[in-house]
Design a protein around this ligand. Structure first.
Ligand SMILES: Cc1ncc(COP(=O)(O)O)c(C=O)c1O
Length: 386
């Protein structure tokens, strides 16, 4: 059994992928060829975002968004303490300060109730209101909130947007795991003025290498990011208006993605079926909490992550599954504030208790559109043994 079975998908559409790649070999425009613009247009239309910009990875997508907002030293960017490292990484690369916010225990996404206090604490340098980094000391300028749609479930953008407006923060959606998800009928990628997604091969829409995209609601931001993704270029390739990056989306990856896009919505429906079967099968499993989806939201089910009653139970269940050749993974074993790479910020264990509790208990089960009912029944039987 595969954790994510990319080969099953490839068996379905291999000919189409080869035809798309052959077209790139024929026209030879390997950098910003026509497939890049075509993919941008199709995804902008699909998610309902006014602008879409292909780039080299989800991490570059986040970096481009922060660069476009001119985020730098002295600025605070608020983000959940429990997620993949990329968001905190790009904030720190720019010399800005990640101000972590704890997650909600039911969705594992940023807890909006804690965001307001975090913003006031950062602006007034008052750690009694909210755990702050020890370094840099002194007030920070609250600039942006980087909300993450963890495991494919959109963060609570209604609440986040209201608080962000009151504090003058720009909301950025990290939709790396959530392309295809919806909230109140709107697609992930269009839930904030700026959104970043990833086409890392294991993502719901995955390339055959690294690739990403930034969605923007404002034409000015899109234009700045278009320049930034190509060395800050101006009217032509050798005019540079700003310091940027080489962060272009490969034409070949765009061609692969266009082939996969043809079956993407069907695959999203299959993911829903797989998740629905897990819900039913695991409803009575002792000591295990299946994921919860708030009303009005639809997850893209990048991961199907369950919560064990305690750390020992997680280990026991994972070992039981491993012995039966069922792969599992832990997303994520260590919250961001306790990562070695963040040590210079001076956060402490206990700062974000829900993130720490979750990191010790969560684990992910095999999840992909082609997971069969019989395989899920076997997994559930193993988990239901108590
Ligand atoms: C939440 C989140 N943000 C950002 C990224 C970074 O994306 P990429 O691996 O394409 O750079 C990932 C992916 O791994 C992710 O899961």
């Amino acid at each position: 059994m595969q954790f994510i079975d990319l080969a099953a998908q490839q068996r379905r559409i291999r000919k189409k992928i080869e035809a798309h790649m052959a077209r790139v070999l024929d026209h030879g425009q390997y950098i910003l060829g026509p497939e890049v613009a075509e993919l941008e247009g199709r995804l902008a239309a699909l998610v309902g975002a006014p602008h879409a910009l292909g780039c080299a990875s989800g991490t570059d997508a986040l970096l481009l968004a922060l660069l476009a907002l001119k985020i730098g030293p002295g600025d605070a960017v608020f983000l959940p303490a429990f997620t993949f490292f990329a968001g905190a990484e790009v904030v720190m690369l720019l010399g800005a300060t990640p101000v972590f916010v704890d997650i909600a225990s039911d969705t594992y996404n940023l807890d909006p109730l804690k965001l307001e206090r975090a913003a006031v604490a950062a602006r007034t340098a008052d750690p009694r209101l909210h755990p702050l980094p020890e370094h840099p000391a002194g007030p920070l300028k609250p600039r942006a909130v980087l909300a993450v749609d963890l495991f494919g479930l959109p963060a609570d953008y209604g609440a986040i947007a209201a608080l962000a407006q009151a504090e003058g923060l720009t909301v950025i959606e990290d939709a790396a795991q959530s392309l295809g998800a919806r909230q109140q009928g709107r697609w992930a990628g269009a839930l904030a003025p700026l959104a970043a997604t990833s086409f890392y091969p294991a993502k719901p829409l995955g390339a055959y290498g690294d690739a990403g995209m930034v969605f923007a609601s404002e034409p000015e931001l899109d234009a700045i990011m278009r320049s930034l993704r190509m060395h800050g270029m101006g009217a032509h390739a050798y005019e540079h208006l700003r310091v940027g990056l080489n962060a272009r989306l490969d034409t070949m990856q765009a061609a692969v993605l266009l082939a996969k896009l043809e079956i993407f919505e069907e695959e999203l429906a299959l993911r829903q079926e797989v998740a629905g079967r897990y819900h039913k099968l695991l409803a009575g499993a002792p000591g295990l909490r299946p994921p919860q989806v708030p009303q009005g939201s639809v997850s893209a089910w990048a991961q199907y992550s369950v919560l064990a009653a305690d750390p020992a139970k997680r280990q026991e269940l994972r070992e039981r599954l491993a012995q039966a050749q069922v792969p599992t993974a832990v997303h994520y074993p260590k919250p961001l504030h306790l990562q070695e790479a963040c040590a210079s910020l001076g956060y402490r264990p206990g700062d974000f208790p829900v993130a720490e509790f979750t990191a010790e208990r969560i684990f992910s089960l095999p999840m992909h559109p082609y997971l069969e009912a019989a395989e899920q029944e076997r997994i559930a039987a193993l988990l239901s043994q108590g």
